[in-house]
Design a binder for this molecule. Sequence first.
Ligand code: HEC
Length: 140
Amino acid sequence: MPIRPTVAALRVAVFLAAAMAFATQLVRAQAPTAPAAPAAPAPAAAEADEPVPTFAADFLRDTRVLATGREVWQQQCRHCHGNSAYPGKAPKLSPGGLDPVFIFDRVTYGFKGMPPWRHVFTREQRMAVVAYIKSDGFSP
Ligand code: HEC
């Protein structure tokens, strides 16, 4: 008879020990994963930059390219940068001093008050408007 409580106590002790071990394992298991969780900012993963284009002389002179560029300019650039734009809306472009790759970069990714045009115009259209801005026929 006196042995019964001892067995019961042993069972409780074994149960408690098991519970403790389990809890410790839980803590251990969570410890390494806790810092890993915030290290997955998937939505913040920015879109990769586009490859930087090269503007060959032939491309910059191509009449079809220039016609496309003129269209883009009139459709979406002129009302901010053009001569008839509301003063102060955007700087007048002085294309002589601007490198084609620089213009492409600004047009693609935007700059301060200017939105990016990456998802508005195709790469071809953005390259074309650069060619147009750099051309002798550019008429802002
Ligand atoms: C909503 C008005 C707006 C439109 C539309 C717009 N831009 Fe802009 N753009 C700006 C503003 C504002 C800046 C200057 C930001 C600053 O310097 O503070 C700018 C800057 C630029 C620059 C850089 C100039 C420099 O010297 O740093 C280029 C190049 C340019 N825009 C080209 C274009 C082209 C090409 C288009 C058409 C696809 C276009 N922009 C459409 C407002 C506009």
